[in-house]
Ligand binder design. Structure first.
Ligand code: NAD
Length: 512
């Protein structure tokens, strides 16, 4: 077994000074240079690689996370993130041509620069301690920010290993780790930031947003959700069971995207439950407790919360149901419930519970799902194309996996909506979320002849200005789109196209 460092909380007195170092480094423009960012990310990659065994061991000690899950969803995930980012960074960071610009403004060479935001804060969650803490930080570094990282104290070994990795690889004047619990996080939140990226529960998310408001600090909130799986009568019960069981056994259900409850067409409930039992035996022939491939609940507090959810259910346990407090073990547990008001459905379980409610049809399922929480993080419809389209067009959610569990394409934008948060990252979005799109125009001196129409005295200029700049509607007073828009545009010199703009520019030039 590889030895792990001890987690030591950062002293409260040290926090303002550490932030001011990072802020100063930003103001000295240290992180503006793309090559500097690339070198930091590449060094981080190798430090992760060199400490991979410690990452896997820390995840095992914090959560008894299986080696497979730690290698795939923690170390492997963030290393892939870095390679993907470093490969694309020049392309993402390049100035963009401004889209749909009228010809009359084209001479000003309008473009969009991607400016770093400044000195930013990343606050991580415990369940994927490396992926969800270093993941946002990778994007922040790529975008040219200086970054303060606060890992979750609830995965203490992972937090300590993360510190070792960051300190072994990154420039300490630009990137730093603050360790601690609530007092340390509150001390961080009392400071001014250029952006805060928070992953965690909605209660703390609200605390973060409130703390950011007096400074007008933008915030990304990656929160949880009471995610439904909706199973139509046309779904394949075997796929439903195998995929949704996987969604709940990963990290023992401590996954923000895993389904919280199932709404299953009443004709399919029996078959789906049977298939859950078959899949459970296939995945864990010796039972989940004796398997090396099943995590434990993070701490006694979380265990007690989950136990009370199960103790209070009015449903019938059809599979699993065993627990061991000493080991913080909870078995994957299928429960047939009578209503969405059941204790297993009304809050996010963040544990291995699979409550199933029988519904009459898809309409009932959609109405119930929208009633429980209309903006969950994930939504998982199972059925044929028409069923899925019906669910998609009558619901909202951060993301959707059709005929599957969890959301798992690592480079797709990932984020919530409404109660599940706001802002998104991953893939290119991890860069975009950390930059300000700064429009830049440059007016050449020869343009003065045309620009002089904007200067006083205004007498006689308005009609010429309007002839040059007015866009004419291609819709009537009833909101209907007019036909033959191009003909009209030709006659009115309006319409916003490059050609129309050229016409207007000609009128303007002729009038000078
Ligand atoms: P949490 O909200 O308890 O804690 C997250 C962070 O907030 C920790 O770093 C913690 O130190 C800090 N914190 C806790 N209480 C605080 C307070 N009063 N003031 C200031 N800071 C405080 O979340 P968690 O238990 O680590 O994670 C579980 C939750 O996170 C679940 O709701 C889950 O759905 C959600 N989550 C969301 C995502 C996502 O990407 N959307 C990913 C993982 C987890």
């Amino acid at each position: 077994m590889v030895a792990l460092p001890e987690l030591k909380f950062t002293s409260l007195d040290e926090i303002p000074e550490r932030i001011s170092t990072a802020r100063k480094a930003f103001m000295e423009h240290k992180t503006r240079d793309i090559e500097f960012r690339l070198v930091q990310l590449r060094k981080l990659y190798w430090a992760i690689k060199d400490h991979e065994e410690e990452i896997i061991e820390a995840c095992a000690q914090d959560l008894r996370k299986p080696r497979f899950e730690a290698a795939v969803a923690e170390s492997g995930w963030i290393m892939n993130d870095i390679v993907y980012t470093t490969r694309n960074l020049h392309k993402w960071a390049k100035d963009e041509k401004a889209p749909e610009i009228d010809l009359s403004f084209k001479f000003m060479n309008p473009k969009i620069r991607k400016d770093p935001l400044g000195c930013v804060l990343v606050i991580g969650a415990f369940n994927f301690p490396f992926q969800l803490t270093l993941g946002p930080a990778i994007g922040a570094i790529a975008a040219g920010n200086t970054v303060v990282i606060k890992p979750s104290e609830n995965a203490p070994r992972s937090a300590a290993v993360m510190q070792k990795i960051v300190e072994a690889s990154l420039d300490p004047s630009c990137y730093t780790i603050i360790q601690g619990g609530i007092p340390e996080t509150q001390a961080l939140l009392a400071e001014r930031w250029d952006k805060i990226f928070f992953t965690g529960g909605a209660t703390v998310g609200r605390i973060v947003a409130k703390a950011a408001a007096p400074h007008l600090t933008p915030v990304v909130l990656e929160l949880g959700g009471i995610n439904p799986a909706i199973v139509s009568k046309n779904a394949n019960p075997r796929l439903v069971a195998r995929r949704l069981l996987w969604g709940k056994l990963m990290n023992a259900g401590q996954v923000c995207t895993s389904q919280n409850y199932l709404l299953v067409d009443k004709t399919l409930v029996g078959k789906v439950v049977e298939e859950f039992k078959i899949a459970y035996k296939e995945f864990y022939p010796q039972g989940a407790k004796n398997s090396p491939d099943y995590s434990r609940i993070v701490n006694p507090g979380a265990f007690a919360r989950l136990k009370s959810m199960l103790d209070n259910t009015n449903g019938k346990i059809l599979m699993g149901g065993t627990m061991d407090e000493k080991e913080l073990f909870i078995e994957p547990t299928v429960v047939q419930v009578e209503s969405v008001d059941d204790s297993l459905c009304t809050q996010e379980s963040f544990g291995p519970f699979i409550p199933i409610l029988a519904v009459e049809n898809l309409d009932e399922a959609i109405a119930l799902a929208n009633g429980v929480q209309s903006t969950p993080l994930g939504l998982y419809p199972f059925g044929n194309k028409a069923d899925i389209e019906k669910v998609l067009s009558s619901t909202r959610s951060g993301g959707v996996s059709c005929n599957d569990a969890a959301l798992h394409i690592p480079t797709l934008p990932f984020g919530g909506v409404g109660e599940s948060g706001y802002g998104a990252y991953r893939g290119r979005s991890s860069f975009d979320v950390w930059v300000h799109r700064r429009p830049v125009t440059s007016s050449p001196s020869w343009l003065e002849a045309i620009l002089s129409i904007r200067y006083p005295p205004y007498a006689g200029k308005l009609s010429k200005f309007q002839a040059a700049s007015t866009l004419h509607p291609d819709f009537d007073r009833n909101g209907k789109k007019l036909t033959l828009g191009w003909l009209r545009a030709l006659f009115t010199l309006g319409g916003g196209t490059a050609k129309a703009g050229a016409g207007r520019a000609a009128v303007l030039a002729a009038s000078e």
